[in-house]
Design a protein around this ligand. Sequence first.
Ligand SMILES: CC(C)(COP(=O)(O)OP(=O)(O)OC[C@H]1O[C@@H](n2cnc3c(N)ncnc32)[C@H](O)[C@@H]1OP(=O)(O)O)[C@@H](O)C(=O)NCCC(=O)NCCS
Length: 139
Amino acid sequence: MFIIRQFAETDLDDIISLWEICDLTRPWNSPEIDIFRKVAQKDDLFLVAVKDNELIATLMGGYDGHRGWLNYLAVDPHVQRNGIATALIQQLEKRLIALGCPKLQLLVRKDNIDIQSFAEQLGYEEDEVVCFGKRLISD
Ligand SMILES: CC(C)(COP(=O)(O)OP(=O)(O)OC[C@H]1O[C@@H](n2cnc3c(N)ncnc32)[C@H](O)[C@@H]1OP(=O)(O)O)[C@@H](O)C(=O)NCCC(=O)NCCS
């Protein structure tokens, strides 16, 4: 069994290790700074899953007042395919509905095919959009 709770400051190192194992870190994004920025939002949407006192999964949710966002979804490879990501997303969906968020979005790298099957079976449909990004602050 695992529990889902909000991020705590003591999770920092475990989270970064998990993101590295799951290949979610990129040279142009500092994971520490990403976490500090998220915590500063104080929105209680940064969730983790814990099993036997070990951090096994993360989901950094967000709501910008128009759309909800899913970021940094990661499950320890040793415990994947046990419904942990599904449970995290369902928990986030509940919290976002309570905030009045009408739609939740997930940005996926084009080469990440696995996540596409995962998202589709959770009821997420591919939107016909192209995402443009502009860096405002270099980490
Ligand atoms: C994608 C990821 C979060 C899924 O986590 P998970 O806890 O294993 O997912 P769940 O157990 O809730 O999966 C539910 C269903 O999604 C589908 N699914 C999950 N992982 C899949 C995969 N690798 N390939 C195909 N389908 C997959 C399956 O239908 C699965 O149900 P099943 O196990 O009964 O067949 C996990 O593989 C992961 O952390 N990957 C690396 C990081 C990553 O790519 N994150 C997403 C960035 S956008």
